[in-house]
Ligand binder design. Structure first.
Ligand code: NDP
Length: 296
């Protein structure tokens, strides 16, 4: 399929570009300076020029803490734009896939969240992302919303990069051990999106629209994820300080994060006939890519 990607400069956007050929799709990935995801006229023109059959929104205001003091900017991109995208896609008869987040949940309890669980975001980022889900869905048409979490890649800003940077600068890393979630490779997110699009575009596939959870396995805490990152870095001779496990209350941030970010991915697995990926298989590539980049 011919796929237009918004947010082509981000972690997931770059992964979509990188994986398109292998997954048998033609991708036109536009970074922010090539196509502003809030600009309807530009979007319509780009869809026409490219002859796209599907639209994927990987653009978002992802600065979770900064969003607390910039709610209007977060709202424009995370809440208003997806509604506009879905409306344009429905108008043109295109499939629309929107990427969303575990932060739409309050994160109480220990049971993995199902798509049908009530949303109760605790941050501006989470509530604007939830508003975007609702707006996209209400626009009608062939819309899928893919919620993922803890995204990392061999590029971009992510927790893997942060841990490697801090490992080179500090004698120990203090990392929270009471938030649990599933690290997810952007490349795996891209593959999931490409797997979804043909069914999403097919009106005979009644099950392929709506909400889907997609997350790497196994679920871990941030501290356990940090240990895995530093172990992988050590294989490249990178410094390997110890990880000290701390509680969220000892690491205050402007935005409140969910304690339980574990997602139940059974619906995605059933409808698209694919198991959620093991993030440990993608971590070596991300660490090698990020360390290689810093040495270049
Ligand atoms: P990134 O922050 O890496 O990428 C987002 C991209 O959106 C950036 O390249 C940014 O450009 C771009 N962007 C910002 N404003 C606009 C605009 N007006 N028009 C077009 N592009 C714009 O995020 P990810 O790739 O990690 O996230 C992809 C999706 O996954 C998002 O929907 C996010 O909410 C979701 N998600 C991410 C998680 C994570 O851990 N990162 C976890 C769960 C869900 P610039 O760099 O120039 O600002």
């Amino acid at each position: 399929m011919r796929v237009l990607v918004l947010g082509g400069g981000g972690q997931v956007g770059r992964a979509l570009d990188a994986r398109a050929g292998a997954m048998g799709h033609d991708v036109y990935a536009f970074p922010r300076d090539g196509l502003d995801a809030t600009d309807e006229a530009m979007l319509r023109a780009a869809l026409e020029t490219t002859g796209a059959q599907a639209l994927v929104n990987a653009a978002a205001y992802t600065a979770v803490d900064r969003a607390e003091s910039e709610p209007e900017a977060a709202h424009a991109l995370n809440a208003d734009a997806p509604g506009m995208h879905a409306r344009v896609a429905a108008d043109l008869g295109l499939a629309y896939l929107h990427v969303s987040t575990d932060y739409v949940f309050a994160g109480d309890g220990r049971v993995p969240h199902k798509e049908s669980d009530p949303c109760a975001p605790r941050s501006v980022y989470g509530s604007t992302k939830r508003a975007g889900e609702v707006a996209a869905w209400r626009a009608g048409g062939r819309v899928a919303i893919l919620r993922t979490s803890w995204v990392f890649a061999p590029w971009g800003n992510n927790f893997v990069r942060t841990m490697l940077r801090l490992a080179a600068a500090r004698p120990e890393l203090r990392v929270v051990d009471d938030q649990r979630g599933g690290p997810t490779s952007a490349l795996d997110v891209a593959d999931a999106i490409f797997r979804m699009l043909p069914k999403l575009a097919d009106p005979a596939e009644a099950e392929a629209t709506g909400l889907f959870h997609f997350q790497g396995r196994p679920a871990v805490t941030w501290a356990a994820f940090a240990d895995a990152i530093l172990d992988e870095g050590a294989k490249h001779g990178h410094p390997r300080p110890p990880v000290v496990r701390i509680a969220t209350v000892d690491y205050p941030t402007p935005a409140v994060r969910p304690a339980n970010s574990v997602l139940d991915c059974a619906r995605y697995a059933r409808v698209f006939d694919a198991a959620p990926p093991d993030w440990r298989l993608a971590l070596p590539g991300a660490v090698a890519g990020l360390l290689g980049e810093s040495k270049a």
